[in-house]
Design a protein around this ligand. Sequence first.
Ligand code: AMP
Ligand code: MG
Length: 417
Amino acid sequence: MRTGITPAEALRIVLEHTPVLGAETLPVPDALGRISAEPVVSTRRLPPLTNSAMDGFALRAEDCRGASAERPATLPIAFEVAAGDPGTRALPAGRAARIFTGAPLPPGSDTIVRQEDTLRRGDAVEIRIVPSRGDHVRRAGEDVEAGELVIPPGTLLSAAHVGMLASLGRSVLSVRQRPRVAILSGGDELVEPDGDVSGGRIVASNSWSLAASCRELGALPVYLGIAQDRPESLELLLRAGLASDVLVSSAGVSVGDRDYVRGVLQKLGCPLRFHGVQMKPGYPLTFGAFEGRGPLVFGLPGNPVSALVTFELFVRPALLRMAGHTRLHRPQVEATLAETLSKPPGRMHFVRVRLSREAGRVLAHPTGSQSSGVLRSVCEAQGLLHFPAEASLLRAGDTATVRVLDAGFLAADEPGF
Ligand code: AMP
Ligand code: MG
């Protein structure tokens, strides 16, 4: 087992052990936000027929040569064609067909003139412009040709993809499974949110924040409960989580006499890959991965901030990879520090910051106390600022990389158009 490694090494080890999950078949509406696991090849053309993009008149462009508002070309109206008509009736030369948006182009015609560029005269129509051949015509197959690969496997499915699948007549689709994440808290001081907090007990809030973090990215949390600070109690709950894809426990991974997580994991046959990452918050982070079948195991530190930050940096990318995502990491921006920060060199710090935009720059404002127990600092944070391991001073006005947790600071009060 490695110890005292850098965050980058820790993440590399985690991802090295992270598999992509299998596929499952879902109704297309439920596939939103999932990663497709099969190529979607069209068996039809979209649009199926060449049709009109406008309400107006279908005609041959050559029948309108030299037309203008002063000297319009007058064409008798042969018939009318609406959206949903079969569109088999041919248009004779020198005639126009009244046509509506989405209606099939009559054979023989090659152009649509918009209603706005015409004048109706009883059974005839005056064309007051010179159209170009093909104007306002939507060609069959211009969106999708039969046999075309429309959605490659590995695509993050958006609302537009759901619409495309529907257009292609697909009702089900194979997608990557969502990781099931077993979550437990450990500690004699812990109670559930409605529990008795007299005598210095505290709520096992990590269970809730970590389950919510799973949901945010589409993973399925399964809550196992609170283990007491006894190896047997911990073993019972950890065993219950062995059937899941990922097991996340918080607390009990430090060096205290009652920190049993590592020992119990080893007893369960889970090889520990590292313990101790040169970062703050989150140094005690522990990671295990079974040789054959078995979940990835994350022993997160118990402090609420440490638990959330280590989830963000290590568990989140693993869950995204399992679900089939290939872009695993948050967007990063170069931000200007609003305040001076200092620390001893050695560990990398992840500083909770609020973000704002000012004169084309992104400003990072540290959110008060950076103590690992101060959950408020995460509630208010929109980013984590990377304070490099070897650095000891970042001055107000300096720039640093910030991973953006919440792009809400980019949301606007004004529509912008
Ligand atoms: P430990 O890792 O057991 O030393 O715990 C570190 C700190 O985190 C202690 O102050 C614990 O009370 C606190 N803690 C442990 N588990 C949780 C939890 N599930 N929710 C909130 N705080 C916790
Ligand atoms: Mg404890």
